[in-house]
Design a protein around this ligand. Structure first.
Ligand SMILES: [Zn+2]
Length: 240
């Protein structure tokens, strides 16, 4: 997570107040990261011998406040209930949300075990995790360590070889058959082997062993939803 030009939230407000208090003119503390704030950040970075990019990542934030950039998933102590998703993962409908919250979930450590997976709606040649110069998928910055650990377990236990398709993570949309937002809207959910584990399908193929790799990391498996199972689906959020 980082703060940069175009982002608008309460952390930017804190940043501006701090810069102003230290004598770096960030303009009025309106919570909007504009050109004036950017110039103040660069002046601060120059003054403290940091890399000068006008972007507030962990290093710059830490130098300013003596603490890491908020919020990190470790502080949550587990998956939050659905009702807290807008608070914790922020509002995906806001301008700048994607830039501030979506990052690469790097899975290159497990490339050999995962590179055979492909999007079910693409040809096998369009490998799901293979990109120009990196391997993985895009998800919410707060759940990166959990996804990496779950895929690590899939690989170590030889289970990833039994999977065929990766069917997506970030996708702002409603839940099927509901007005509520899907957890895919925050990029905190993933679908696997969708063609064999359709929504509502009670005789699905997703195995308990695969589900355990995610459940051990705090994910909720849709295969345990009795009324309308969603066995392709794993989310870092404790209620539908
Ligand atoms: Zn899903």
């Amino acid at each position: 997570m980082f703060l940069k030009k175009g982002i608008q939230n309460r952390d930017v407000h804190r940043l501006q107040e701090k810069l102003n208090a230290l004598g770096f003119n960030a303009g009025s503390a309106d919570g909007i990261f504009g050109p004036c704030t950017e110039r103040a950040v660069m002046a601060f970075q120059t003054d403290r011998g940091l890399s000068i990019d006008g972007i507030v990542g962990n290093e710059t934030w830490n130098t300013l406040f003596g603490e890491p950039l908020p919020v990190f998933i470790e502080s949550l102590g587990g998956p939050p209930p659905y009702s807290q998703c807008f608070d914790i993962f922020s509002d995906f409908r806001l301008a700048g949300w994607q830039e501030q919250n979506l990052v690469r979930c790097d899975l290159s450590a497990y490339e050999d075990e995962l590179k055979h997976l492909y999007f079910s709606w693409m040809t096998p040649e369009d490998k799901a995790f293979v990109h120009h110069n990196w391997f993985g998928f895009i998800c919410h910055t707060l759940v990166v360590p959990r996804f990496q650990a779950a895929f690590g377990k899939l690989a170590e236990r030889g289970l990833s070889k039994t999977l065929k398709t990766f069917d997506g993570c970030f996708n702002p949309r409603n839940m099927r058959g509901s007005d509520n937002w899907s957890t895919h809207s925050w990029a905190i959910a993933i679908d696997l082997d969708a063609p064999w584990n359709r929504f509502g399908q009670t005789s699905f193929q997703m195995s308990e062993q695969i589900a355990q790799c995610f459940e051990e990391e705090g994910f909720i498996w849709g295969g345990r939803w009795h009324l309308r199972p969603d066995a392709m689906h794993f989310q870092y959020c404790s209620a539908r």
